[in-house]
Design a protein around this ligand. Structure first.
Ligand SMILES: Nc1ncnc2c1ncn2[C@@H]1O[C@H](COP(=O)(O)OP(=O)(O)OP(=O)(O)O)[C@@H](O)[C@H]1O
Ligand SMILES: [Mg+2]
Length: 292
């Protein structure tokens, strides 16, 4: 999540919702298809055991096939790790799920009923898919507390940020979050003065304040100290089950600590999938890691 995306996103979504309420039309002028509507706001249909489903997705950049027949699915509450060599298409996959990049072909579903290809980036965020980019993006001039408070204000159930005041449930939630992200002792500190790892935790906390159903994290421990990496692993393990997580990482020690199923991407498709031990013993995986 970037601050400008957060702000722009909310504004655009509010404008679109107003327009849609009046005309029943989508942004592009088409009629919203019934099967992509969320009938109960905040609920994703996971009766088929999948919170995310990608089937035969293709993306080309000027003829270069960055994503080439990618299919994978994630179960609700799962913590899925994605590994793969540089250029495998891991970030591009996250761009597709979050609506930043449009695929040339394929299916991308959130639960079994929400066709993500029919939604734009801010709408996808509102549906409950949070994204953490590699670089920490927090409001540097604001305190840790204010950053988390601001994230709460982005919540779709709160109509106007101007009139916003924390109620007691929200205050409790914020206090719990400070502990979860190991920043309870730094509540009044300016975010700009935090370490790199602490900024990463703060941004993760900001995403969590919005109760995402699915959280995508691209190289969350890159640049962290060993101690920060270990504490991040702890944090992710506490999130598992409550949220569905997709974590892209190159740090195999970190992956070993947190992973159940690991998916290996290569050349824009799934090369192997299994436990870390299984995929690391796979000849094809050894080849792509050592052969380049
Ligand atoms: N907007 C774009 N225009 C052209 N090529 C792109 C674009 N985005 C990604 N690519 C190319 O697509 C391929 C996949 O890139 P991607 O960033 O998804 O890889 P990655 O698996 O995230 O790699 P890394 O581990 O280095 O982060 C790369 O060859 C990259 O150069
Ligand atoms: Mg990447």
């Amino acid at each position: 999540m970037t601050p400008d995306l957060m702000d722009e996103g909310t504004e655009r979504l509010q404008a679109q919702e107003k327009k849609a309420a009046v005309t029943g039309q989508t942004e592009s002028g088409g009629r919203e298809a019934g099967f992509s509507r969320v009938h109960t706001p905040g609920e994703v249909d996971v009766t088929h055991g999948r919170i995310l489903y990608l089937e035969d997705v293709h993306v080309s950049f000027d003829g270069f096939k960055a994503i080439n027949g990618l299919s994978l699915d994630i179960a609700p509450g799962e913590l899925r790790c994605i590994i793969g060599p540089n250029g495998a298409g891991k970030t591009t996959m996250m761009d597709i799920i979050t609506g930043k990049t449009r695929p040339n072909a394929g299916k991308v579903f959130f639960g079994s009923t929400i066709d993500l290809l029919r939604h734009n980036e801010p709408q996808i965020a509102q549906l409950g898919i949070g994204r953490k980019f590699q670089k920490p993006t927090v409001f540097e001039k604001l305190s840790v507390f204010e950053n988390l408070e601001l994230a709460l204000k982005m919540d779709k159930s709160v109509p106007s940020s101007m009139l916003f005041k924390l109620d007691s449930a929200q205050s409790d939630k914020l206090a719990d979050m400070l502990h979860t992200i190991h920043l309870a002792d730094s509540v009044g500190r300016q975010a700009g003065n935090l370490s790199h790892g602490q900024k990463q935790w703060l941004e993760i906390g900001m995403l969590l304040m919005q109760d995402p159903k699915l959280l995508l994290l691209d190289e969350p421990v890159a640049g962290m100290t060993d101690d920060e990496t270990a504490r991040t692993a702890e944090l992710f393990l506490t999130l598992k089950g409550k949220h569905s997580l997709m974590v892209v990482e190159h740090d195999m020690g970190f992956i070993k600590t947190i992973s159940e199923i690991v998916t290996v991407l290569c050349d824009g498709a799934v090369l192997a999938q299994g436990t870390l031990d299984q995929v690391q013993a796979d000849e094809r995986v050894i080849e792509v890691y050592l052969g380049r």
